[in-house]
Design a protein around this ligand. Structure first.
Ligand SMILES: Nc1ncnc2c1ncn2[C@@H]1O[C@H](COP(=O)(O)OP(=O)(O)OP(=O)(O)O)[C@@H](O)[C@H]1O
Ligand SMILES: [Mg+2]
Length: 486
């Protein structure tokens, strides 16, 4: 929310903003005094140190935003002061000053993270300007980090990212029901985050200090499923050489997550029903019944009511597990989440791979936005991992995305015409005519844009692209060449 600025209020009446704090280190008194006076007049808080040792003392006690240090001093060198300053605050803006333009120390200082150095005598105005510029970009960077963090905590619940209404509703629901003991049924296509939601329920519940045990009912052979869940006694079947605890016992006081519950066979369904009804079970080959204190969360990407109708899933079991249903919509039905998720995965993989890839180009964003994502969030995660791995520039470009993502394959939604319409410049947002307006440049920009777009849509087939643009192949070639489009 931006408030209109009331220009009648003098700036000094505004609540005092925190002023940047600068440390000046120089053993030459006249230089020290001059810098203090000039920088204070520019509105900074300035501390001065007359030697390296004093500087180190101050750095230990005070948090500085900017360091301005002479390199050659009698006791501790400016390079050591710089090192200490960076140890105290990795983000400190540091400038070095030297009367002896020795490139090797300057290079050393830059290597340690100084942003620039001034050779004495220097122009004071130039110094003031550089100080102001670097402090401002530092402030903007910090502001950005703060905003991103704020946004992130708002659109994140237990590491699950989402800003769509559907996902925000899921966050609220999970938070509300986590503390209960009710059985939860999570449904959604593959890769929509069912696993994550199951964990979120457990880790937000009173059972969080006890185990979360997951069993993929589809991956365990039917013959083993029962002993996996309930455990067995020695000799219960061939190969059962010792007593073994089942997952239900291992999860005591915690949560059992039954993934792909739709894959469970009829016999197991009966046993599970028993557990859900009275929380009692028997180990395979065992005689005693055991009481279990567990919460059950089930998940499936199948349509359970349909399985019930077809007689493949017990109706009574369905009602027993469907106490609290949580439905995760496919990613294509919550496209608002795509940019947030893409950025989240970008950051995750860039930091994992130690690569400086920090943003996604508009064209690439556009492709991510229109693709159908049959593999949902998991597919987006994989696409971003691949993109970060092969990207050679700091920005993810459309050509770095997997070739199937975007125009053409797997795409639904906007038709060719609406997509072209969406790409057209908004005439209302054009700058006022007259002042610096350049119709030819605007026109060129549009040609370039549409030709690239058409080529993207046709996978680079020029004749088709020309057709799409209602142009002769000849003029298409002319313009493509003129604007240097491949
Ligand atoms: N909202 C989300 N925020 C962040 N990461 C997510 C989100 N949804 C899914 N993921 C990530 O996508 C991948 C797939 O998620 P998950 O395993 O939870 O899906 P699933 O619905 O259980 O899929 P399947 O049916 O195939 O088992 C995981 O790596 C998960 O971390
Ligand atoms: Mg899963």
């Amino acid at each position: 929310m931006t408030q209109p600025v009331d220009t009648r209020v003098p700036a000094t009446d505004a609540p005092a903003a925190i002023r940047p704090r600068i440390l000046v280190v120089d053993d030459e008194p006249s230089m020290r005094d001059m810098l203090r006076i000039v920088l204070r007049r520019d509105g900074y808080d300035v501390d001065v140190a007359s030697n390296g040792k004093e500087a180190l003392d101050l750095l230990n006690r005070v948090a500085f935003d900017l360091l301005l240090s002479d390199i050659r001093m009698a006791d501790v060198s400016g390079v050591d002061v710089l090192r200490a300053a960076k140890d105290a605050n990795r983000d400190i803006v540091a400038f070095m000053m030297t009367a002896y333009a020795s490139t090797s120390t300057a290079v050393e200082a830059m290597r340690l993270g100084a942003v620039d150095y001034f050779t004495k005598p220097f122009n004071m105005d130039e110094l003031r300007l550089k100080v102001a510029q670097h402090l401002e970009s530092h402030r903007l960077k910090q502001e950005n980090v703060r905003l991103k963090r704020e946004l992130r905590s708002k659109y994140q619940f237990s590491n699950i990212i989402g800003r769509s209404d559907a996902m925000l509703a899921v966050f609220t629901l999970v938070e509300t029901i986590a503390k209960t003991n009710s059985t939860v049924l999570i449904t959604g296509e593959s890769g929509t985050g069912k696993d994550m939601v199951a964990r979120a329920v457990h880790y937000n519940s009173l059972r969080r200090d006890y185990p979360f045990v997951a069993l993929n009912c589809g991956a365990v052979p039917e013959t083993l499923l029962e002993s996996e869940l309930f455990g067995h006694m020695r000799g219960a079947f061939t190969g059962a050489e010792t007593n073994k605890k089942g997952l239900i016992e291992i999860a005591e006081r915690g949560t059992v997550f039954l993934d792909e519950i739709g894959e469970m066979n009829a016999a197991m369904q009966v046993k599970l029903l028993r557990i859900l009804q009275d929380r009692r079970f028997r180990r395979l080959g065992g005689t005693d019944e055991v009481q279990a204190d567990i919460r059950i969360i089930a998940a499936t990407n199948q349509d359970l009511p349909k399985l019930v109708a077809e007689g493949r899933f017990r109706e009574d079991l369905f009602y027993r597990i469907n106490v609290i249903p949580i439905q995760l919509p496919p990613l294509r039905d919550r496209r608002e989440d795509i940019p947030l998720l893409a950025e989240h995965f970008l950051e995750k993989f860039a930091s994992q791979m130690g690569k400086n890839v920090h943003s996604i180009s508009n064209d690439a964003q556009e492709r991510l936005a229109v693709y159908a994502w049959p593999g949902n969030v998991r597919e987006l995660e994989n696409v971003m991992e691949r993109a970060v791995a092969i990207e050679q520039t700091p920005v993810v470009l459309p050509e770095t995305l997997a070739p199937h993502v975007g125009p053409g394959a797997g795409q639904e939604g906007p038709s060719a015409t609406t997509e072209f319409e969406a790409a057209a410049p908004d005439l209302r947002s054009l700058p006022d005519l007259g002042e610096g307006f350049d119709l030819e440049a605007k026109g060129d920009e549009m040609y370039r844009h549409y030709i690239s777009l058409a080529l993207e849509r046709t996978g680079g087939v020029q004749t088709k692209a020309a057709e799409l643009l209602g142009m002769s192949f000849r003029s298409f070639r002319y313009y493509a060449k003129k604007f240097n489009i491949r």
